[in-house]
Ligand binder design. Sequence first.
Ligand code: 1GP
Length: 248
Amino acid sequence: MSTVLERIEGLARDGAVYMVLLDPDHATPTENARLAALAEAAGADIILVGGSLTLSGRSTETVAAVRSAVSRPVVIFPGNAGFLAEGADAVLFLSLLSGRNPRFLIGEHVLAAPAIRRMGLEPIPTGYMLVESGATTSVEFMSDTRPLPRDKPDIAMAHALAAQYLGMKIVFFDAGSGARAHVPEELIEAVSGYVDLPVMVGGGIRTPDEARGLVESGARILVTGDVIERTGDEGLLREMASAVHGGS
Ligand code: 1GP
């Protein structure tokens, strides 16, 4: 049986991967399970569960509810080592490379690694870069780090290459959930022409046109969370999936 990473890499080789992010704080586990099933039926390839801050304490319950509602892989997108839950297939093992806070470069990893092993989760080594989006995002505040400038692709390129040389498998450029402005196409184009890793992009992507533009710029994995959580719009989900997968 292939791993979740092999599945992502396979899909990314043939086109682009659509991931839908659900936050345990934004809806009940039952409602998130319903959204996950909608997303799967609309064509999402992977369901991410996570957020930068969890006040509700519902992460375990949410992962379990989402897991039983879909057959596609369920992957945790953790804000810290406290957000891990049995029942998911994999976890993005994130290094916040845009920042210089040792806690998010190694500290949380040491806390999380034994729990990931115990829970039987597949860790997916991911270089995570926050990108300026016009306002302070939750991740920026909670991680106490500065994002990469959005208009300096060379800085982003050097960070992405460092991620590749450190052995990471995915490089994720994130403007933060609900960002006013998504990561610029120019930045994604520059980075994806420079590194061999699949480039993942998320934060503030609201329309199928935006999604398509980013995929055409080289993104191989595209994430939306907020727009689906807010609208629960099945038609929009289908259009997003189709835009990412290259349909009309
Ligand atoms: C946030 O990239 C994800 O980390 C998703 O962002 O919620 O704005 O779609 P949105």
